[in-house]
Design a protein around this ligand. Sequence first.
Ligand SMILES: Cc1cc2nc3c(=O)[nH]c(=O)nc-3n(C[C@H](O)[C@H](O)[C@H](O)COP(=O)(O)O)c2cc1C
Length: 222
Amino acid sequence: MANNYPFIPYKRAYITGEEMLSKSQAYYQWMDERRTVRDFSSEPVPREVIENIIMTASTAPSGAHKQPWTFCVISSAELKTQIRAAAEKEERISYGGRMSDEWLEDLAPIGTDWQKPFIEIAPWIIVVFKRSYELVNGKKRKNYYVSESVGLAAGFLLAAIHHAGLVALTHTPSPMNFLCKILNRPANEKPILLIPVGYPAEDATVPDLARKTKDKVMVFYE
Ligand SMILES: Cc1cc2nc3c(=O)[nH]c(=O)nc-3n(C[C@H](O)[C@H](O)[C@H](O)COP(=O)(O)O)c2cc1C
């Protein structure tokens, strides 16, 4: 791949078959312990930890390396109160009839409703914004595969949160445009996820869900 742009050698430690197998198994088992938690403790988490988690998310691949994301991080009690009120306003309408019966039926095992106390309880709220374009010298410059790229970054974010010993809730109050206003975001940004992060409450519970088995999620063509 010769061109006029600089390239650097890519070097990583070589992992052998046996070690590869045990590492991949251990990582799978450890990732399988990740759960979405809805009962948070208000115990503080250092800002630097959150910064590291977000920088990990920002290592995700992205279309044409545009990194089309902004992570807004909220600890201000005043803003959390505003966000909770706005989210609950939308969610009350959603659960009260805007969602289809089928959707409500699918949500029943998860046990969610319109109330979102975790927005005020969790020490940090990360709002993930996607950036559909950039303004360069006043001109719009396109970003590519924005949703795919930001989805990947969000996945890295959740893995980093799990790695730090913390828990998260991937929350999508719908519609969530109120976040642009409350957080005063520019016109090229749209919120896609609202993620409270912190320690779980001591008495936290999670739905007893089973994950799909091997034969349901993969098809090999060898
Ligand atoms: C895009 C997306 C949106 C979600 N929105 C919500 C939400 O608004 N509220 C909520 O309580 N959980 C939400 N979840 C969490 C899912 O309910 C949860 O991931 C699923 O039940 C599986 O549980 P687990 O994450 O513990 O494996 C969302 C997850 C994803 C990926």
